[in-house]
Design a binder for this molecule. Structure first.
Ligand code: SAH
Length: 216
């Protein structure tokens, strides 16, 4: 299939966004990866002029595509090495999953909204990210059959650090998770042994809530 357009104007806007993210403290490795992923592919075409603003944006099913700075910050905290197995909770638009795949990770992503799951899975295939494995399910449970993962990223506001996810990350690996109620504290939770975890706190971010169970 023919890829959507990624013209000079869009590339120019994307470059300017990378400069802004650099000023906000994002390092070269993540900027290089994000430069490769056209964020406007994840937007309804009528709104694609907004794709390179550093803002969250509404997508289908009352959800949002996270703001670029948030995607950059979470990606940076993951410190992805090629071929690492990464589990993402909250596929949403698919943009964060695409950034993880462009970083060289093997990506597994769960979405609880059926409509979004269907449309994003198709979109990812159409724009060249068919290696990303999409699952319709409840992220609180993770993917026990595919565990363990090198790292796990949650892209919705989690009230707690889900126990099932702690059990699905490798010793030496970590979970990047915004904990709180809409306004959240970004945490990196490292599994230092079978039973011990160490938490580090970063600054606050806004997310839609991580909800329990699957939705139709
Ligand atoms: N990573 C996404 C962010 C989307 S917003 C992006 O780059 O666009 C968060 C998403 O998490 C929403 O699509 C929401 O439906 C989903 N979500 C919330 N709770 C969930 C859960 N328990 N399991 C799976 N997905 C969940």
């Amino acid at each position: 299939m023919k890829l959507p357009e990624d013209n000079y104007l869009q590339q120019g806007r994307r470059k300017a966004l990378m400069e802004l993210l650099r000023q906000k403290g994002i390092k070269e490795a993540v900027l290089e990866v994000m430069m490769k992923v056209p964020r406007h592919y994840f937007f309804p075409s009528t709104f694609d002029v907004h794709a390179y603003d550093d803002k969250a944006f509404p997508i289908a099913a009352d959800q949002t595509i996270s703001m670029p700075y948030t995607v950059a910050f979470q990606t940076q905290l993951l410190e992805i090495k090629p071929l690492e197995k990464i589990l993402e909770i909250g596929t949403g638009s698919g943009y964060q999953a695409a950034v993880l795949a462009a970083s060289g990770a093997r990506v597994f992503s769960i979405e609880r909204q059926k409509q979004l799951f269907d449309s994003t899975k198709l979109l990812l295939q159409n724009i060249g990210y068919s290696d990303i494995k999409c699952f319709y399910g409840d992220g609180y449970k993770g993917l026990p059959t595919y565990a363990p993962f090198d790292k796990i990223i949650i892209t919705a506001a989690a009230p707690i650090i889900p126990e099932d996810l702690k059990q699905q990350v490798k010793v030496g690996g970590w979970i990047v998770i915004p904990v709180g109620d809409e306004v959240t504290t970004m945490k990196k939770v490292t599994r230092i042994s079978e039973t011990e975890f160490v938490e580090e706190d970063f600054h606050e971010f806004r997310f839609v809530p991580m909800l329990g169970g699957k939705a139709k």
